[in-house]
Design a protein around this ligand. Structure first.
Ligand SMILES: [Zn+2]
Length: 300
């Protein structure tokens, strides 16, 4: 929501105050969301200190813009106002009938889930965590480097929101499949919103991004201490994959003309028609991931 002249920047406090004047509920959402950004940044710095890396202290600013985008560097973190208003409007109640668990249904009906905004923020912070801006001397071209570092950030962000949900929803007695499903649907919602905003010169399609993230979420174990099944061969990975794809097929059948069902349908067609063995982003990511891990002193 643009609350000043277009393309001007506002401090966090000024934007929160203006948002509260405009709509108190939106203002509170903005305040909570920006408080989360500060905490996530503090947590990132705690992690960096543990591995002998320099802290990042970027100034967080809100840009009045209708473009769904945010940008981070070591000195500035720009969040476009459109990111806040888009995530605020995303509603999960349309997914209620896909689930059996009562607590899951209530959760989807009642709450504006924080996970969509969190995914976008963790994506940006993952660029810092993995020191993408500082990496040089890599044997891939610049476009491939951007594609693979975008994927790197996506995968870390998706894993992060799944782990947050596990903690936040602990008391609801949900099973792990449903928690993974909310994490994935949160990403579906974000990428759908990006798909609507896309200008056509992106480095990779939202379907490609979604497919890579799907691959990441299904191989994560319920326990964070167990190493993910990178080869996609375990029964648990297969079960997770079937469950999430099953939900997407079910949604498409129930609401065939709904906008997001069309997006889901196009994603499913992309998956059915893709040549999994020649997944280019995965191949390039394999080339860079060890260098990134080494340069940033992180392991994911
Ligand atoms: Zn990025």
């Amino acid at each position: 929501m643009v609350l000043g002249d277009l393309d001007t920047f506002m401090s966090i406090d000024d934007y929160i105050n203006a948002a509260k004047v405009h709509d108190i509920k939106y203002g509170e959402y903005v305040e909570n969301s920006l408080c989360f950004v500060q905490k996530a940044l503090d947590n990132l710095n705690t992690e960096l200190l543990k591995i002998n890396r320099v802290e990042y202290k970027p100034e967080i600013r809100i840009k009045n813009s209708n473009v769904l985008n945010s940008e981070v560097s070591s000195y500035a973190f720009y969040i476009n106002s459109e990111v806040l208003s888009t995530c605020y409007k995303i509603c999960f109640s349309k997914y209620v009938n896909l689930f059996i668990n009562k607590n899951m249904k209530n959760l989807l009906i009642q709450k504006t889930l924080a996970t969509t905004f969190q995914f976008i923020i963790y994506h940006e912070l993952s660029h810092l965590f993995r020191a993408h801006h500082d990496i040089k001397n890599i044997s891939v071209n610049q476009i491939e480097f951007i594609q693979s570092t975008e994927m790197d950030a996506d995968l870390i962000a998706a894993a992060k929101i799944y782990r947050i949900l596990q903690v936040d929803l602990k008391n609801l007695g949900l099973n792990d499949l449903d928690i993974k499903a909310i994490a994935f649907l949160s990403v579906v919602e974000v990428l759908y919103a990006m798909h609507l905003h896309t200008t056509g010169n992106e480095y990779q399609s939202e379907y490609q991004r979604l497919w890579d993230i799907f691959g990441k979420i299904i191989i994560l174990n319920e326990s964070p201490d167990i190493i993910p099944d990178q080869n996609f061969t375990s029964d648990i990975s297969k079960r997770n994959g079937h469950y999430i794809l099953g939900l997407l097929f079910k949604y498409r059948e129930k609401f065939p003309t709904d906008d997001i069902a069309i997006f889901i349908n196009d994603f499913l067609l992309y998956v059915i028609n893709m040549d999994i063995k020649n997944n280019t982003t995965n191949r390039i990511w394999d080339t860079i991931k060890n260098t990134v891990a080494c340069e940033s002193n992180t392991n994911v």
